[in-house]
Write a protein that binds this ligand. Sequence first.
Ligand SMILES: [Zn+2]
Length: 186
Amino acid sequence: MVGLATLVLVIGPHRIDQSPWYAGLVILPLLILVAAQLFAFRCPHCGERAVRGHYGYWVASDTCAKCLRDFEGASLSDDQLAEKLIAEDNPELAQKLRQRRLEEEELRKRAPTDAQAAAILEGMLKERLEGVEAWVRDMQRLYALKQTDKADLVAAEVSLNKLQADLRWCMGLTSGPAQRSRLTCA
Ligand SMILES: [Zn+2]
């Protein structure tokens, strides 16, 4: 802004009144400043550029085109984001998903010290495993047919690996005390 004030003083305010060209000269640095800030702005969640070229236009949105999170919103987990997107069409389903997620978080916290919670959690994870395995098989098939990107296949495989790791952790909790008691009895 100091630069702008200097420019006005150098040109002289009376000339700006006389000629629209001088006014343009004064406004230009301001426009460049605003444009630079706009183009430099990146999504606080994933770092993607916020202003994007689209069909020949530059579009500024309040939602990130890459990770779909609101620029000014909280950094949502993938589950929370899915719930938000589903809620736009189907609030009831989103509510059910949210309940299930909270229930699972609670079970996860209790599982290490509560055998019953660990057993319920194990059941939930095993149920989900079938769906995620089917998803990976679908993605492998589509990728082989070149109908999907490598990134989609990798995302499915990452989800499967994470779920399998969760399940191993959970089964370690449920089988741990039983094995230990068998060992001590033997
Ligand atoms: Zn983003």
